[in-house]
Write a protein that binds this ligand. Structure first.
Ligand SMILES: [Zn+2]
Length: 441
């Protein structure tokens, strides 16, 4: 009797952990049952992936879906629709919502909500505050929790732990890797008086300067060394930090953002004004080049979008009233595929950054590689497809992208989550089947 599967993906080029191979994939009960399938095998559904690359389901480990918050800007249902349209099988969602996710009750609400409303799988960050430190050791072990997030410098929301005493106490509560927004809050506040309402948007990168980020990371690394607590430095935005972190590989992993790899000052501020403002800021070409060097020498562990939507109205306020944050969950995969086609990184490295990287940093269980027994998460991409990114394609209710007008070569054409085809050719299919990602505690 020949083998029977729930789903077969035939004739694609698979990005396996050990390289690209032309092979067929068989799926049963939501998991990868076979790599290499006999010609006579049958299935309930077969996808012909001829001419396509079959990637493990891509993960964006850094999004802000703003839920609870203002549904006219973004929510978990809309943000995860955007994710699957953009080729993501899972996203890890930040806790600085309104209210923030900082205790067991709010976490329980979100765990339940995600499993009813999300279109892709989700990991959840819990926010650390000065008042919930004793509970962090328990909260970080919650179902679907990818880690504790600490804002050591202020950004959107009310989460902030800026002083060494409280940061050290956070590091001594629990043991999993902590994700940090690293900018020195004191330097931010000290320099605020130098800037004025209505200054050009490019002043954003002068206020939140290189030393602000580098000083934040030096302080965090000193405390991480003293406590032995593993750290993940989110959105590294300076050559200095990328160089410095090479001496902390025993303790620290790091992320760079798709935006810092793609956009450059002053162009982003002159052209996009408030729609180019994010934290840490987009800086000059030397930073973009340093980020690429760190992608290609292996310093960087993960690439995220830091999808952080705000309404058009708020983004059009004069600097610095325009809130910081850009959309990106729907565009990160096309933009990164375009970088692959431009020769900036190999497709295998992109998969490493968006699958194996998040798995290694956060301790993901059963996702992030094409291997028997792993979740049947796939992103099918057409490396030759050309398309322009447009605001009209964006399904986040805020309705804008800083990449509108960008010509892209390489596009996600299907997203499959645990064997469910949730996106095919720009159409979201079925019902929200998202589950919480599992993590090694
Ligand atoms: Zn963020």
């Amino acid at each position: 009797m020949s083998e029977h599967f729930d789903l077969l993906i035939r004739h694609g080029t698979c990005i396996l952990p050990w390289g690209a191979e032309a092979t067929d994939v068989g799926v049963r009960h939501g998991r990868i049952a076979a790599l290499g399938v006999p010609a006579g095998a049958t299935a309930e559904h077969t996808i012909d992936a001829k001419g396509l690359h079959v990637l493990p389901g891509l993960i964006d480990p850094h999004v802000h879906l703003r839920d609870p918050g203002d549904k006219a800007v973004e929510s978990i249902p809309t943000g995860t629709r955007a994710a699957v349209l953009g080729g993501l099988a899972a996203v890890f969602d930040m806790p600085n919502t309104a209210p923030s996710i900082t205790d067991g009750e709010k976490l329980a609400w979100k765990q339940d909500y995600v499993e009813h409303e999300a279109w892709c799988d989700m990991g959840l960050y819990v926010g650390g505050t000065k008042t919930n430190i004793p509970e962090l050791a328990k909260l970080e072990l919650g179902r679907g929790v990818c880690g504790i997030k600490i804002f050591a410098g202020s950004s959107t929301g009310d989460l902030l732990v800026e002083d060494d005493e409280h940061l050290e106490r956070v590091m001594r509560s629990g043991r999993r890797r902590i994700a940090y927004h690293s900018e020195d809050e004191y330097r931010l506040q000290d320099r605020k008086h130098m800037f004025h309402r209505g200054d050009p948007h490019r002043r954003h990168m002068e206020w939140r300067d290189v030393e602000c980020a580098f000083l934040g990371t030096r302080r965090l690394m000193a405390l991480a060394r003293a406590t032995g607590r593993p750290a993940h430095i989110l959105h590294v935005s300076t050559a200095e930090e990328l160089d410095y972190l090479k001496d902390f590989r025993d303790l620290a992993t790091c992320e760079v953002l798709m935006n810092h790899l793609t956009q450059v000052a002053p162009d982003c501020y002159d052209r996009l004004e408030g729609f180019g403002v994010m934290n840490p800021p987009i800086r000059g070409p030397e930073v973009r080049d340093a980020c690429w060097r760190a992608i290609n020498d292996g310093t960087v562990d993960t690439v995220g979008s830091d999808h952080a939507p705000h309404s058009r109205e708020k983004k059009m306020l004069p600097w610095p009233d325009c809130p910081a944050g850009l959309t990106g969950v729907q565009t990160i995969v096309p933009v990164m595929l375009n970088h692959v086609n431009a020769g900036r990184l190999p497709l295998t490295r992109m998969v490493d950054l968006m699958c194996a990287g998040p798995a290694r940093v956060y301790g993901v269980v059963g996702k992030g590689r094409l291997a028997a027994g792993y979740d049947a998460d796939f992103t099918l991409v057409d490396m030759k497809k050309q398309r322009q990114i447009e605001d009209s394609w964006i399904v986040s209710p805020c309705g804008w992208t800083p990449f509108a007008g960008m010509h892209i070569t390489g596009w996600p054409v299907a997203t499959i989550v645990r064997g469910n085809v949730v996106m095919r050719d720009d159409e979201v299919l079925g019902a929200p089947i998202g589950r919480l990602v599992r993590f090694a505690g």
